[in-house]
Design a protein around this ligand. Structure first.
Ligand code: AMP
Length: 560
């Protein structure tokens, strides 16, 4: 076990949970986790003031899983979430953290899906129920005993639940659980209505809040970019094209993410390396020295690994994953703007993390303006500018040194100086896309699914409360004409990245890169867009394909 997972070990979590954390690559508890986990483990009721992005899900999931008895096949923990989307996310988180707990089952209960299988999973002994209030009340109407064995209750995003009008449902649910249960409430804000619930249904709750001192940030130009989680790599690659950086440090949350992103950058020709808590001290020093002297230009690090890193060459900090709190943000971006120089800090924000952005702005007292993802024209202009800058200094004396050679070569080949110059450029630029059409073809971002999505459109929260109008479904992203969506049960938790799926399908399916559309890797499954034409034949070809040692088993995916 690494010394960093020790940060979790010191909190008193069950060894099986610690093993799962090592597997997902968390290095240390986030501030809300460090505070909440001991309180929940001790059995006290708790109110946690925290928003998405602080690590709040693990803050309650880890201690609750530590306390559950998997041998008892009855519901022990109930997590209430305002939306189907969040319920699914929380259920996935519980599944991830309970990987090493045989016999532990989680059921997600939400509207828009048949009730039968949900009830069956509960009756078969799922110990954790993650539910939206409306659907859970429907279940209670059928079987008022469903919640009679609950020992741990969590209200996640309680303020959102009230905003969505779930107050009455919550009352029904409270009544159906044993009074002796432990209750935990998480909410980004604590309006009067939330305090009233806490007063009535929680017993002497302990309050937990991450203290946010006002922080000052100077000499650093800050900007944020809205992006979807599965488009982050592509967004980073595009930003790097247009950002004029000397050295850059990118921050991510897990060890695996340092490795994945550093590998993606290296593959594009950047001098990049990963820095995480697993990397031995001497290797770490080598990486930092290389960044100092220019053998490396980019380091992708976790917060833990970047501690104490001081490299004056760093002009850019990229927050690829959101920091857990404003302090950590300020700390991260302080890696640039050293020694009186100006620096630039970029922050990638997924739709669910907008609130965290507001908190950062409030605490730092500064607006973090929005930048848009550079379009293909901007990428092309930046490439040509770089080429111009690299060639311009050579022109002055090149004619004196190589002019005669040029004359001879044009005569020997029988071509114009323009033709020869063009051939030399092709060689010098080594296949790089330098026309608009080529740049467009190269860009992995799918139009309309990246940061270019208009504001106000909340794709990750497309999940309405279940009784708001027709029973909701997560709105599928529109499919391009002639494409079909396919699903595999391999996902991020199997260590799969989009490039692994792409590689396998290209190699074994005999497709061209352009035939494959968007690839979305989720925690426990992935979706791939493939040509409708010849799909059955293709799936046949891929029948025995394995990715990362596991069977791909790609199937046509129907949204219903
Ligand atoms: P949440 O605030 O619960 O929505 O969590 C935000 C993201 O942080 C999720 O993707 C988690 O997987 C990730 N996360 C939570 N805790 C940690 C941790 N201690 N180390 C690394 N990543 C974490």
């Amino acid at each position: 076990m690494t010394q960093e997972t020790g940060g979790f070990a010191a909190l008193g979590l069950n060894p099986n949970i610690l093993a799962a954390l090592t597997a997902v690559g968390y290095e240390e508890p986030s501030p809300i986790q460090a505070q909440a986990i001991p309180v929940i483990l001790s059995g006290q009721d708790m109110i946690g003031q925290a928003q998405t992005g602080t690590g709040k899900t693990a803050a309650f999931a880890l201690p609750i899983l530590s306390k559950i008895d998997p041998a008892k096949r009855e519901p022990q923990a109930l997590i209430l979430a305002p939306t189907r989307e969040l319920a699914l996310q929380v259920a996935t988180a519980f599944e991830t953290y309970s990987k090493q707990m045989p016999g532990l089952n989680v059921v997600a209960v939400y509207g828009g899906a048949p009730m039968g299988p949900q009830l069956k999973a509960i009756r078969q002994g799922a110990q954790v129920i993650v539910a939206t209030p409306g659907r859970l009340v429907d279940h209670l109407r059928r079987d008022e005993k469903v919640l009679s064995t609950i020992q741990y209750l969590v209200l996640d995003e309680a303020d959102e639940m009230l905003k969505l009008g779930f107050m009455d449902d919550l009352e029904v649910i409270f009544e159906a659980m044993p009074a002796s249960r432990q209750s935990v409430l998480f909410s980004a804000t604590l309006p009067h209505s939330i305090r009233a619930i806490a007063e009535k249904h929680l017993r002497e709750p302990q309050h937990i809040k991450i203290a946010s001192k006002t922080q000052t940030v100077t000499a650093i130009e800050q900007a944020h970019l809205m992006v979807h989680a599965d488009q982050k790599h592509a967004a980073v690659l595009r930003l790097l094209e247009v950002e004029d950086f000397d050295a850059l440090i990118g921050f991510v949350r897990t060890k695996q993410a340092t490795l994945d992103l550093a590998a993606a950058l290296e593959a594009k020709g950047y001098k990049a390396a990963a820095l995480n808590g697993d990397i031995a001290q001497n290797q770490r020093e080598r990486v930092i020295d290389s960044l100092k002297d220019g053998r490396l230009d980019i380091v992708i690090a976790t917060d833990v690994a970047a501690r104490g890193l001081d490299v004056p060459r760093i002009t850019h900090v990229m927050n690829v994953d959101m920091p857990y709190d404003p302090e950590s943000y300020v700390h991260r971006i302080g890696r640039t703007g050293r020694a009186g120089r100006t620096g630039r800090a970029l922050l990638l924000v997924t739709p669910r993390e907008r609130r965290m952005l507001q908190v950062i702005e409030r605490v730092t007292g500064q607006k973090v303006g929005e930048v848009k993802l550079p379009n293909s024209q901007q990428v092309l202009d930046a490439r040509i500018k770089k080429l111009t800058n690299s060639l311009a200094p050579l022109v002055a004396d090149a004619e004196a040194s190589h002019g005669d050679l040029l004359d001879r070569l044009t005569a020997d080949i029988g071509c114009s100086p323009r033709a020869l110059a063009a051939a030399l450029l092709r060689k010098a630029t080594n296949g790089q896309a330098l026309t608009l059409a080529e740049v467009e073809r190269d860009q992995p971002l799918v139009p309309g699914s990246g940061a270019a999505r208009p504001r106000g459109d909340r794709p990750e929260r497309s999940d309405r409360p279940e009784r708001d109008g027709p029973r909701e479904r997560r709105a599928p992203l529109p499919l391009a004409e002639g494409r079909a969506r396919c699903r595999t049960a391999l996902g991020a938790r199997d260590g799969i990245a989009a490039k692994n799926l792409l590689g396998a399908i290209l190699n074994e399916g005999g497709l061209a890169r352009d035939d494959i559309g968007r690839i979305q890797v989720r925690e426990s499954f992935s979706l791939v867009e493939l040509p409708e034409d010849g799909l059955d034949r293709l799936l046949g070809k891929l029948k025995d394909t394995r990715v990362g040692g596991k069977p791909l088993k790609l199937r046509r995916y129907r949204e219903d």
